[in-house]
Design a protein around this ligand. Structure first.
Ligand SMILES: [Zn+2]
Length: 425
């Protein structure tokens, strides 16, 4: 494993990195401007343009479009730092289209959690863990974990098949690309139950056994990470878990020879403002890095920017919501586990049609405590990007015509509401 961690050619991710999704690939410059503002304030945050296969399918785009967007934003702004293009949540079945243009791969093995492993593989894993039987003391964590064969067998039953699959995918990417000059993330966040810190430790052992030089790992954390809205759950419990995960990763790097750049990745589903101060505090206390992946927050700012632009653009923003209202079931189904919409709190078409652009923007914009803010409407529009995609060039032409207002919204959101809070700028 050490030879991977010290590999000269493997692309190394910076200490802080920030995942920016952009469904229609028109906001790359505005997004990069926000990250360069952080850089000017003294915090180097690597931009990572991420887009999943599902998003590409809904908007009929290709991973090469994301690469083009990133490269041209970088050229236009004369940005000189590192940046990545993330093949987000890929698996063996859909990685192919991403191979040529991505240099960050989020290998998603959530669907393999709980799949059976062969007896030989399980035995091999158990015997690789003999040194950790008994009271496992991880530096930084007050109480030791009690590890016995039963616990290891249970963890193997849950995760071994998933990480073996990750190994297959990783090796497939290396063989297709002909090198390992990319960042590897392992994600298992899109599941119901969180992985505990002790599970995380043995998952990292499995990753090391598979010789995957993972640099970011995205567990499912305690609490709900609904799309586009704030964290729902026990912030103190999240903070405890997050801190323990950080100590586990530190220890695993030393014990298993994983890359020293390995860090946590928080798939925020966007806008988890109430946990940002805790993340920031813990990172500062232990001098650790992080990857935070957002996706839909930029799309929502596009709609806000269009609403504020008035005229045809406001009409399009209203139309997206009103169509989404009548297609709720269809739009929400693929996101059922990650949204919580109270249908009784959704304004009807007539009401929304009477709104000014300002009122529409205030209702959609995520300012917790703002009297107009409506998280139900926000979540519905979050999953409604398919409607904008169906509008085709009508939608993208409006983005172009109103780019000044839209881009300003995108930039302000990322810098003022995300980066400033996360990195204490
Ligand atoms: Zn995710």
């Amino acid at each position: 494993m050490n030879e991977h961690g010290k590999s000269k050619i493997m692309k190394k991710i910076g200490k802080y990195s920030f995942g920016i999704g952009d469904r229609f690939a028109h906001q790359g410059v505005a997004q990069l401007r926000a990250l360069m503002k952080a850089q000017a304030a003294g915090i180097e945050v690597t931009p990572v343009w991420n887009k999943s296969n599902r998003e590409h399918m809904y908007v009929h785009s290709h991973p090469a479009d994301t690469r083009k967007e990133a490269d041209s934003a970088v050229a236009e702004l004369g940005y000189r730092g590192d940046y990545c293009v993330d093949a987000d949540h890929i698996n063996l079945g859909n990685v192919q289209n991403f191979l040529a243009t991505s240099d960050f791969f989020t290998i998603d093995v959530a669907s393999k959690i709980g799949s059976a492993s062969g007896e030989t593989e399980t035995t091999a894993f158990l015997s690789s863990c003999q040194a950790y039987l008994g009271a496992l003391q991880i530096p930084g964590i007050a109480h030791p974990f009690e590890v016995d064969e039963a616990l290891l067998t249970k963890i193997a039953g849950k995760f071994l098949a998933a990480i073996r699959e990750a190994g297959l995918i990783y090796r497939h990417i290396v063989s297709e690309k002909g090198n390992d000059d990319f960042v590897t993330e392992i994600s298992m966040d899109e599941v119901e139950s969180p992985q505990s810190p002790v599970e995380m430790f043995f998952i990292l052992k499995m990753i090391a056994n598979e010789h995957i030089p993972a640099q970011t790992i995205a567990p499912k954390f305690t609490g709900r990470f609904n799309k586009g809205v704030d964290y729902v759950g026990d912030v103190a419990a999240f903070a405890r878990e997050f801190e323990e995960d950080i100590h586990v990763i530190d220890f695993a790097i030393r014990e298993f020879g994983l890359p020293v750049s390995l860090k946590l990745s928080v798939h925020s589903g966007s806008d988890k403002f109430s946990i940002y101060p805790e993340i920031q505090r813990i990172l500062a206390q232990f001098d650790k890095g992080i990857h935070v992946k957002t996706a839909g927050t930029t799309w929502l700012e596009e709609v806000i920017g269009l609403a504020l632009s008035g005229g045809d653009a406001l009409a399009a923003a209203k139309s997206i919501y009103i169509q989404a209202l009548s297609r709720q079931q269809e739009l929400c189904a693929p996101y059922a586990d990650v949204i919580d919409i109270d249908g009784t709190k959704l304004p009807d078409a007539e009401e929304v049609n009477s709104w000014s652009g300002e009122k529409f923007a205030n209702t959609l914009r995520h300012i917790p405590g703002h009297p107009d803010y409506n998280p139900n409407l926000r979540q519905l529009i979050h999953v409604g990007y398919k409607i904008a995609s169906e509008m085709g060039t009508h939608y993208t032409d409006l983005l172009k015509t109103n780019q000044k207002t839209v881009g300003a919204c995108v930039e302000e959101n990322l810098f003022e509401r995300h980066l400033k809070r996360l990195f204490h700028i």
